[in-house]
Design a protein around this ligand. Structure first.
Ligand SMILES: C[S@@+](CC[C@H](N)C(=O)[O-])C[C@H]1O[C@@H](n2cnc3c(N)ncnc32)[C@H](O)[C@@H]1O
Length: 215
């Protein structure tokens, strides 16, 4: 199957209000669940699954042709990766029960970095709250971007959850509050956009959070 990719789609289009994709098959046991939001070709998840084929890897993507390609590729490689066609901003909490996900990945989440497209950005306070709810206690969020404004918006969304929502919502920045992760890559997987950034010599900002449940 050839990978033919549609141009970016507008996530604010009313066509994305209702979930019309195929829901993911979730593990019924303790298999760790890892989810990439905006996975495109899911290269990152295929790397993860190759390194640890006993996990469950789900990529959410708003471009349906990419989702079809990911699912075809997963069958070809016999790896536990699933692509799900959805608008993650609308459907995350519909697709995953509370406290079900071990790791959420937001790799280069945004084609919408221009100011005029600000409303279309993926990482919002609402998405950060949805992610928090779906994460297991002590679950992780890993964010990578080469766009400074996107990195700042992402940090603001997660860093201020306890203020914007309530004090029980705490995400602990693993590098220290309002800081970027500079240590070794904890995931040993590379998305396509990451590979392109390295090839073109772009800086990549990384942010790493762990969910803390305050009782
Ligand atoms: C810049 S690409 C990065 C792809 C991949 N994560 C990587 O690092 O190579 C961002 C991806 O997010 C997808 N996307 C944007 N908004 C989305 C949304 N609301 N829900 C699901 N996917 C979305 C886009 O279609 C695109 O494939």
């Amino acid at each position: 199957m050839r990978l033919r990719v549609r141009n970016h789609v507008n996530p604010l289009s009313s066509g994305f209000d209702t979930f019309v994709g195929t829901p993911p098959v979730l593990p019924s046991d303790n298999t760790p669940l890892e989810v990439e939001i905006g996975c495109a070709d899911a290269k990152f998840l295929f790397d993860r699954a190759s390194n640890n084929p006993s996990g469950c890897y789900i990529g959410l993507e708003i471009r349906e042709d990419l989702v079809d390609w990911v699912n075809h590729r997963a069958k070809e490689l016999a790896l536990p990766v699933q692509g799900v066609f959805c608008n993650a901003n609308n459907h995350l909490t519909q697709l995953f029960p509370q406290e079900s996900i071990r790791h959420v990945f937001l790799n280069f989440p945004d084609p919408w970095f221009k100011k005029k497209h600000h409303k279309r950005r993926m990482i919002t306070h609402e998405l950060a709250m949805d992610i928090y709810q779906c994460l297991k206690p002590q679950g992780y969020v890993w964010i990578q971007t080469d766009i400074w404004d996107v990195a700042m918006d992402a940090m603001d969304a997660f860093e201020t959850l306890n203020i914007k929502r309530d004090s029980s919502y705490q995400m602990i920045n693993q590098a220290g509050a309002w800081s970027f992760w500079k240590d070794a890559d904890p995931y040993q997987a590379q998305s396509l956009r990451y590979v392109k950034c390295m090839r073109d010599g772009h800086d990549v900002w990384r942010i790493y959070y762990q969910k803390q449940t305050v009782t």
